[in-house]
Structure formats: C-alpha cells, structure tokens
Design a binder for this molecule. Sequence first.
Ligand SMILES: [Zn+2]
Length: 140
Amino acid sequence: MSHHCNNLMIKCMDFRLQGKTLEWLQENGYFGDCDVISNAGSAKVLADGSPDAKEFILNEIGLSCEKHGVKNIIIIHHSDCGAYTTHDLKTPEEEKAKQLKDMEIEKSLIKERFPEVTIIKVWAQMKDLDGKEVDFQIVQ
Ligand SMILES: [Zn+2]
C-alpha cells in the first residue's frame, strides 16, 4: 500500500453542499485525509438500489479500504435532497426520518462487508435552500 488515508466520505452530489462540506471536513481534521464517493442521495443506493448498483458502491468502498486502508467511513445525508423527491414524503420531518432509516440500512450493509471499519453517520441540515448555512450533526 503506497498511499494511506484514514477516512472515506460518502456524500450527495448536490453542489449546494460543497462549500460547507469542505469547511466541515477542515474543521474536523478530515480534509486531505479522506477519499470521496459522491452520488445522488449519498449511499442511498445501498438502501434501495439494484443489486448491481449496490455492488458498484461496495466495490468502491472496498477499493478505498484495500488501497488506502481507510478506518472510518463518513456517510453524509442532507435535508432537501433531490434523490428523495421521488419518494412520497410530505414534510421535511418525514424526509429526514426516511433518510435516517436508510442510513441505518447503509451502515449495516457496509459493516457486513467491511466489519473492521467504523461508520460515522452525519446529518446535514440546510438552514436555507442554497446551502449558505448548513448544520452538520453526527447521528447515532
Ligand atoms: Zn442530495
């Protein structure tokens, strides 16, 4: 293993979160020590994607573990996520509850395949719809 980093972040592709996510990484010592997987809805595909889609993400995670030796996987989901508009979720609270449930499923699947990693689940609450203010919270 010629290169090493401690963390892998799985986040949503949504551009509105880019600036604040970068700040959060820097504030928490992850910046420069973090592989990144960026998809619509973060790791959502593990909760409800096709077997092929799930396998694709698990393979990406596997490469990060194998090639870079990551120890922590940070899964960030966020409010007002476009990937969740296809669900019949009527309120922001319903959307958050659904996403927290999906994050738990994602965590289980990742732990099943990679039992040695620590999963850190993060909820990013957007205070406005253009991402100028975002509150990041680690969820249990
Ligand atoms: Zn999103």
